[in-house]
Write a protein of this length. Structure first.
Length: 252
């Protein structure tokens, strides 16, 4: 006959096994694949910025890059190389994937066919999602209206994330959504797609210069990054006031 301590240990083991199985099942059932707020507006307009914008007519601003929206983001036609759109999540999030969509206007249809994903890692360094040896090239859309979902091989933990178009059909117009969940620390190797220690630093797309953790930390300490963010926010707010009211009349 089994003694009571043995039965108790067996019961605890079975309960723990069920609990772990339930957690794994929740992960598989998209608990960390929820939409982070581009489409529903949870992510605010001023938290969506870009390297450039095509025109000042009001339909290509980065805050129009919302999944299923009427408009889209489009970089300046002469600055499409190394262009990017950036989303500030306001706090650390676990990001697991992205949904992309092109611009499906009455007279023009544009979409991005491949792209890269950059992010500010926990060492305050801009890095790029990569395979073992090179940057990961994500396959984008095949038409303007359809949606393409790409899940990352490993989740990333970040506050700032960028999508950088690589190739496109017509023009690199984009609507998008980010997938993930709230981040609950501590940060572990499975939760952060950190660059390998022997991997070369990725160039900062704003300057073309290589970045390093030390440089990023210094920039953070002296407030340069904060200053740029504030300046960009103020400029965006002024632009929105001047041109936002014209946007509906420019829908192609």
């Amino acid at each position: 006959m089994l003694k009571f301590p043995v039965i108790l240990l067996l019961f605890v083991y079975l309960c723990m096994d069920c609990l772990l199985g339930e957690v794994a099942s929740e992960r598989e059932n998209d608990v960390c694949h929820r939409r982070l707020g581009m489409e529903d507006g949870t992510i605010q307009d001023l938290d969506i910025t870009s390297s450039s914008v095509a025109t000042l007519v009001g339909i290509w601003w980065p805050w129009y890059a919302r999944l299923n929206g009427d408009f889209a983001w489009l970089p300046h036609l002469y600055l499409t190389t190394a262009s990017w759109i950036q989303v500030d999540l306001k706090e650390l999030k676990t990001v697991t994937g992205v949904i992309t969509q092109g611009y499906d206007g009455p007279h023009q249809q544009y979409w991005i066919t491949t792209y890269h994903i950059l992010y500010l890692d926990t060492s305050l360094r801009w890095d790029i999602i990569r395979d073992e040896e090179s940057a990961t090239t994500f396959i984008g859309n095949t038409d303007a209206a359809g949606q393409k979902t790409n899940m990352f091989d490993r989740p990333i933990v970040t506050r700032l994330i960028r999508l950088q178009p690589a190739t496109w059909d017509g023009l690199p117009a984009l609507r998008m959504e980010l997938l993930g969940c709230d981040f609950i620390g501590p940060i572990g190797p499975a939760e952060v797609a950190s660059p390998a220690s022997n991997s070369p630093p990725y160039a900062d797309t704003r300057t073309g210069q290589p970045t390093s953790s030390a440089q990023a930390s210094t920039a953070s300490k002296n407030g340069a990054s904060i200053g740029r963010t504030v300046a960009a926010g103020v400029a965006t707010l002024i632009i929105k006031i001047l041109y936002g009211s014209l946007a509906p009349s420019w829908h192609w």
